[in-house]
Design a protein around this ligand. Sequence first.
Ligand SMILES: Cc1ncc(COP(=O)(O)O)c(C=O)c1O
Length: 464
Amino acid sequence: MIKNPKYRELIEQTFDFPQKDFKTEKGFLQWNGLPLMEIIEKYGSPLRITYLPKISQQIQKARRLFNSSIANNDYRGDYNYCYCTKSSHFSFVLEEALKNKVFIETSSAFDFDIIKRLEEKKKIKKDGIIICNGFKPQKYIDNILDAFKNGYKNIIPILDNLDELEKFQGITEPMNIGMRIAAEEEPKYEFYTSRLGIRYNDIVPFYQAKIQNSPNFKLKMLHFFIDTGIKDVNYYWTEFHKALEVYCDLKKICPELTAINLGGGMPIKHSLAADFDYEYMINEIVTQIKTTCNNENVDEPDIFTEFGSYTVGESGAVIFGVLGVKRQNDRETWYMLDGSLMNNLPDIWGLSQRFIMLPINKWEDDYKHVNLGGITCDVGDYYNSDAHINQVYLPKIKQGDKLYIGFFNTGAYQDTLSGYGGIKHCLLPSPPHILIDEKKKGEFVYKVFAEEQTAESMMKILGY
Ligand SMILES: Cc1ncc(COP(=O)(O)O)c(C=O)c1O
């Protein structure tokens, strides 16, 4: 008789598995070496996990790759890693990132409240670089100016539009500034040009008219960010070279310009099949900047990045238990989760984002084609296709069995978009959140960052 294949065999046949971050032991999944089943037994489900060491590992990896490419290519500029706070504002994320002496990129007036708290805890120093992006309301401008007056001399507001410079007038000592180039959008977009930043053709004339002879401002940085991410595709390189041309044109008339900022967009792993070649891509970026600058006879700039997802994405996971199985017709089986995908991982619902989704237990069991249903009553609260295949396969559940499922590398943007700790669809609570550190290899330290959200907290928000 032919034996039914096991879930583990399906994964081993489909991917190169086990991998560095994902492996199984005795039929249970481990992520970054973490014994996930034991964690579930201790803390229950649904559950949010942050594995803190991953944040430092990511920062160190990017730095190592940029610095070695800089050294190998005899590139005469530095690499500077900034953390984009909007991807996760949590204190534990910033504190972990700051252990690696990263700089900060802000997007809101309220980032300065975070900076103040970090300064009080002596986690951040006033001589660090702070890059301020975004279209800036008055409160954001005021907070930037206050920080500058209070000693944050390396703050760099990046002008998002031609009117913003005026709002910074009134400073009494020269301030470094940057300008963001508005990239042309990918052809599939509804818009030709990004609404963020200043049009290519306006950059040099604006510099000449408003900044070149101003005693107050020094143009230090040219910023560009391709929202669709850093990818080895024609579109990316076309926009990249347009930005480099502007950099070279400006540099010829603006000696203070010393930095180019590539923004965020470094990809992370959303599938076990992902094989992004970080080393190749970073080396291409460094060599292409060098070649262009050498051809144009201008000095190579210092390179800045503001990686958000890349810094924090791979540190997060969300775990659900399967509450029950529903067979709705002869083809569709639903595994009903004990939490909501829409509430906890809103990119699944809003962007059709795929994450790495794997069972935690039952790897030695047979598998079947299923749909995952969130527990809200919203028709859109479901997950039915993985990144590599338009379907979801999971171990079969027999009477009395309990199956747990993890969504991995979910650490960026999901908490912010879901309004962590706020009011969510069908009044479901924010799940408990566990922070995990690693003292030495395999010796994990657990800390409950937040218990499950209480009814009291919801009633207060709702005014009862
Ligand atoms: C200006 C800027 N920098 C950096 C980032 C971070 O992007 P990512 O999370 O893709 O690295 C963003 C994201 O929207 C951004 O707008």
